[in-house]
Design a protein around this ligand. Sequence first.
Ligand SMILES: *Cc1c(COP(=O)(O)O)cnc(C)c1O
Length: 418
Amino acid sequence: MLSAIKQNDAAVFDLIEAEQARQGISIRMIPSENYVSRAVMQATGSCLTNKYAEGYPGKRYYEGQQMTDAIENLARDRAKALFGAEAANVQPHSGSPANLATYCALAEPGSTIMGLALPHGGHLTHGWKVSFTGKFFNSVQYELNAETGRMDYDAIAKLAKEHKPQILISGSSAYPREIDFSKFAEIAESVGAYHVSDMAHIAGLVAGKQHMSPVPYSDVVTTTTHKTLRGPRGGMILCKEEHAAAINKAVFPGMQGGPHMHTISALAIALGEAAAPEFADYAAQIVANAKRLADKLMGYGFDLVSGGTDNHLILIDLRNKGLVGKPLAKAMDKAHLVCNYNSVPGDTAGPFNPSGLRLGTPAITTRGMKEDQMDLVAGWINTIAENLEDDAVISKVAREVQDLCNQFPLPESFIQPG
Ligand SMILES: *Cc1c(COP(=O)(O)O)cnc(C)c1O
């Protein structure tokens, strides 16, 4: 598949090949990343990238939509069946435009929206001030309980009563515990707000029945498709039938032009994969791996936000170790252990030098790693944290990481065409 790139553009080819090698020799623990199947990858590189399909199936603005209509309907039907949703829009180019389109469908510029603050694990698009969602709307932000590191539903209810938001947003990018969407629904109802849940990080766990589904408790559910769901880089909106027309109008023509049909075809494939029984096993193993990694890290004296995990991610508060996130993340990267530094609840350090580290298991679980390998990973993280400046120690860990990666090549159906 890459041979034409090699022939036509050596500069880009070399970089893609180097990235493929990097992904191969790394323990990739950024919780929003994954490895897609070969089938999903091929669809994203298919002839569908050549087609304009503005509009929706049966109502397009250009001709030649025989196949695109069928593909988009397939993706929509699979999304509705997988998540038990009344309506689906598979056109958002990614998670961020899906959120902005949703707010525009349910509220007016200047309306009050309420979401989790970014330093507490909320997404930029949940109303953080540098995001247009925080500029176009009157954004009120709730926080986690600084002591427990958990959602404080009473405090959220109180804030909602005070500010009467038009939209209450649930969902997170860095919350290691199960979110009780039914409580959010109750709070939203009590103040007459729409409940929008953003399941970007956990969509694969929801599909695999490892996390409570937000669908029955939400007016609208937004998601990315490339995180635990293991599909192409894209976005999706599920909603109650009563909101479908407004959501569709907000996505197109409100926010976007032509849909990315190559991505939508890949999404249809990924949704088919996620409906298979093996996907539930995959989702269960993601959680089992995260729990094991969390237990081992706590055994080494690491302080985990909320004291553990219920899902695919772990947030380490490094303050008790006298460390901050960035130097540790950079030292780990030298040893091919890739994660990201992150704020923790109650962090007083700035966003560019926060006190936490965020780890996740979706990608390494796709590689087939299980609990035993999590023990090794925890040991390596501890070794590096204790030897941040020692290049010899870091090189030794790097060799051990490479050995493990060699033992866990991607499954045949995931190996990317080279
Ligand atoms: C990743 C993420 C998004 C945005 O996704 P992009 O595809 O990067 O735009 C939105 N919401 C949450 C909760 C996320 O974690």
